[in-house]
Every structure is written in C-alpha cells, then in structure tokens.
Design a protein around this ligand. Structure first.
Ligand code: AVI
Length: 342
C-alpha cells in the first residue's frame, strides 16, 4: 500500500526566513507585554518533542496510560460507529503514538477500508510516523501532511467525497484557552461534513495533588521541557538566556481548571536576543507564562460540543475516570436542495 507524505507548508526553521521571523515576532510581542508570555507551540522543536516523548513515559504523567487504556478498551465501540464505506482517518498533531497504532490495527483487522492521514507541523515527525506506520502495517494506506492544524483543516475542505474520522488525542485541546478551543472546533466543523466523526482526548478534573505531580515530575523532565523554550530562543534567535537563572513552576488554578506552567527569573537580569534586536529586563521572581493545560468536567465537554455544533455520541473513559476520549458527530442542517434522507 502507499505510504507517503506531502508538504503543505515549509516548517524547517533553520532554512525558512519567514518561520523564524514569525518566531521572533511572537517572542517580541510575548516578552514585551506586562505579563510576559511565550507560546507553548514553540516547545516542539526536535529537542522539545523528544522531551515530550519522555514525559509521556513518566509514572506521574498519567494522561498517556489513561488514554491508552481508553482506546484499548473501546476500540471496537469506536469501529462500530463507523459506516462500512471507505473513509479518511485523519490525525491532527501526529506525534508517533502507539495509541493511534492500536486504532489502526483494530480498524484494519475489522476489515474497515480507510486511508490514514496524519497532519503535523513537523516534517520530521510526519516523515517518521509515515514510515513507522508503513513498516508496522504495510497493508495500510498512509498519506502524511506537513501543515499546521488549520492548513490541514483547509486540506480537509477538498476531501469531501469520503466520510472523515478526525482524531485529536492526548489532551492537546487542553492547551487551548476556552476561546481558542471554540475557534479550533468551529474551524474543524466548517471543514467537515454532516455526520463526520471527531474523537477528542480530554483530561478530566481530578485530585489537585495528582495534577501537580504530573506537571512537576521528580526527574525534572517537565522542567527541562519548559526550559527548552529558552534554549530554543538561544539556538534559533541568538538569545543570551542563562538557563540556570530560570526555574520551572507548574501550578493549578482552581477557578479556571487550568494547569499553568511558568518560567520564573531567579534574579534581576537583562537578556539580549539578537534576531529580535533588543534586550528584555526580568525582575527577580518575575514569571514568563508558557503553557495552559486545561482540565474538564463532562459537563464542560458537553457545553463545548453544543457551543461549536457537535452532537456527543459517547464519552469513552477508563477504569479511574481520569481521562475521556469523547466521540462527537458533526451536526449540520441539511441544505434546502438536499434530497430527503441524505
Ligand atoms: C501536549 N500537551 C497535551 C501536554 C499537556 O499535558 O498539556 C504538554 C505537556 N506539558 C507539560 N507536560 C506535558
């Protein structure tokens, strides 16, 4: 079977002036604001992706094992909701994951006819995923797309001939604010057809100690992951951050339900960033916000689905009820000229 990938956008930062300019601009805007901030999407260079892989194997980071259990337990139920016609299995944010392989193997074993389309901003991650799936499941048709989510979603616009099942796993939705999540889900809705399916991973609200441990692991991998954003600024933008002068701080906001990650300056310091063309002053104990990881109640998920045009089919959970993959159906009104029953 075919296993290939297509580049919709060039995201090789080393060679792309525009992408690096975008990074520099985001750093300028983020570090110039009264509450300093850096966007979490910049965690994921190759070092950051490697560190994130290590996080998913930590005993404290329960999210990955919980979602693995959900998919193993419910793969037949998920397959049961798919009509028996050829469909696109689209994964947004395709880090290589055994969780997705579980579904692919199962769908293939059930005799479902599909092409697997992972979409990721990283060319190397997409390439690795496509060749790994090609090796492990040579019978499976795989067409990777190198694009950001929205370019990927635009690509979906041109693929209306088949049913789509979109996977957005791993609690990636938790890294969006409520407004961003709504924007993302409406864009997705807009690209899909009535009756298409979406499977989204949500981390549920739970004991705060468990949350704090998951984002402040004892081996310090989460800390290294967070600090890597400063190292990346040093590597790619000629920054002069002294990494030792910042510390990771992960905390939970009980009002918003968000784990929040910060880098806190341990002293007063001025940091020059060559490609941004200026220095930034950090006061002692001044934070840079780097990430939100929102946690949900089932009722929050239901409100979000209703607000953005989806019908919930089922929340699929695991034994501890810590994580759900929520299966949604795109709900669109029939066009006036559609034949009845379509
Ligand atoms: C990718 N994302 C869902 C992870 C999360 O849990 O928010 C990223 C992460 N940040 C710290 N640890 C893991």
């Amino acid at each position: 079977m075919a296993a290939d990938f297509k580049i919709l956008a060039e995201h090789d930062y080393a060679n792309s002036f525009t992408e690096r300019d975008g990074f520099a601009l985001d750093v300028l805007v983020g570090l110039s604001s009264p509450r300093k901030t850096l966007k979490s999407k910049y965690f994921y260079d190759s070092r950051g992706s490697e560190l994130f892989q290590q996080i998913t194997q930590l005993p404290e980071y329960y999210l990955t094992t919980a979602e693995r259990e959900v998919l193993l337990t419910h793969r037949s139920r998920i397959a049961g909701y798919i009509e028996r016609a050829a469909f696109n299995l689209i994964e947004l944010g395709a880090g290589f994951s055994d969780k997705t392989m579980t579904l692919l193997r199962h769908f293939h074993g059930c005799g479902l006819e599909f092409q697997f389309v992972p979409i990721d901003i990283s060319e190397s991650a997409t390439h690795q995923l496509v060749s790994a799936v090609g090796k492990e499941l040579p019978e499976c048709e795989v067409h990777g797309l190198v694009a950001d989510y929205f370019d990927g979603i635009k690509w979906l616009n041109n693929r209306h001939r088949r049913r789509n099942l979109v996977l957005f796993l791993g609690s990636s939705i938790g890294n969006f604010t409520h407004g961003e999540a709504c924007f993302f889900l409406r864009n997705l809705w807009n690209s899909l057809n009535h009756g298409d399916l979406v499977l989204i991973g949500f981390d549920l609200k739970k004991d705060i100690d468990l949350l704090l441990k998951a984002y402040n692991d004892r081996q310090g991998i989460t800390s290294a992951f967070n600090l890597n954003i400063l190292e990346r600024i040093n590597r790619e933008l000629g920054g002069q951050f002294d990494i030792e002068s910042f510390r990771h701080f992960g905390t939970y906001d009980v009002f918003s339900g968000g784990m929040e990650s910060y880098l806190v300056s341990l002293r007063r310091q001025d940091v020059f960033i060559e490609l941004v063309g200026r220095s930034f002053t950090f006061e002692p104990w001044e934070p840079i916000h780097t990430e939100y990881s929102y946690k949900y109640l089932l009722s929050d998920i239901e409100t979000l689905a209703a607000e953005t045009g989806y019908e919930i089919i089922e929340h699929l959970s695991e034994s501890r009820q810590w994580f759900v993959d929520s299966l949604w159906k795109v709900k669109k009104a029939a066009l006036p000229h559609d034949p009845p029953g379509k």
